[in-house]
Design a protein around this ligand. Structure first.
Ligand SMILES: [Mn+2]
Length: 275
């Protein structure tokens, strides 16, 4: 059976900014109909900024959709991120559902896909993780009063300290002026097999992160791609892996683009006849 796997990240269920519940449910209906697997790459449940009651209210309908997916010919992977890092203590391994931290390499079709949330590459998270988490929690409290506080602080921070700090602390804020270079450097290292911590017997073909909330892709060589899956706060973006290619899609805009050089591969027999 051919595989068709969808990947989403940064849904932030429970966050005062999250209001994409209906959109996500319709996406999950589509996934149920069309796909053989779903990968959730971190920051799914927002324990860091979401009031517990809102997390449960938002999650209610979504959880029933997830239960509908979990049947014998469907697989779900949940890789934990920084807003749901609590779940690193809630590892689940089963035929249907896997919850794990901090990363996994999954073979989809002929490709090996490296999946991790991406916060471990964040220049601020790497420097002082506890301060990053504290700041994130405090911001979470502020978001209850003003859901756009993060973006406003981002802009303010940017104006105030433009010379020394070119970017706001959180890469997900609107005012962020970083170039996301650290994620690209990190992804490239993994793709070239040069990341000692993440070296496996086979070098991955694809690296996917979330965390920055900016959907994008970079092609380093044919079939050596870094893809960021964006988020479900401002966007509703997803990555699709299938035999007909890899796609970066936007469920809100109902559009998707095929990523370069990811179309159907040359039939094996033809390849062999050339050698
Ligand atoms: Mn996030």
């Amino acid at each position: 059976m051919s595989e068709r796997v969808f990947l989403i990240s940064d849904i932030h269920i429970g966050n005062p900014q999250f209001d994409n519940e209906k959109l996500l449910m319709s996406f999950l209906d589509y996934v149920k109909k069309e796909a053989t697997g779903l990968i959730i790459n971190g920051d799914f449940l927002d324990f860091q900024q979401g009031p517990p009651a809102k997390i449960l209210i938002d999650f209610n309908g979504i959880l029933s959709k997830i239960f509908e997916l979990a049947k014998s010919d469907f697989k779900i992977w949940y890789i934990v991120g920084n807003h749901d890092i609590l779940l690193q203590n809630f590892v689940v391994t089963s035929e249907l559902v896997n919850i794990l931290y901090p990363r996994i390499d999954i073979e989809i079709g002929r490709r090996l896909v490296h999946i991790e949330h991406g916060h471990l590459f964040d220049r601020y998270y790497r420097r002082i993780p506890w301060l990053y988490n504290l700041g994130s929690r405090l911001l979470g409290l502020g978001l209850r009063f003003n859901p756009h506080l993060g973006d406003e602080l981002g802009y303010a921070f940017n104006t105030l300290q433009s010379s020394r700090y070119k970017f706001a602390i959180t890469p997900a804020s609107e005012g962020y002026k970083g170039d996301y270079g650290e994620y690209e450097v990190g992804a490239k290292k993994i793709l070239l097999g040069k990341d000692k911590k993440r070296r496996t017997s086979r070098t991955p073909d694809i690296v996917t992160f979330g965390h920055t909330h900016r959907p994008l892709f970079k092609e380093y060589a044919p079939d050596k791609l870094y893809i960021n899956s964006g988020c479900w706060i401002k966007h509703a973006t997803y990555i699709e892996f299938s035999d007909s290619g890899i796609f970066l899609g936007d469920w809100k805009k109902q559009s998707r683009q095929r990523l370069p050089n990811t179309g159907p591969s040359v039939p094996t027999s033809l390849k062999h006849s050339l050698s």
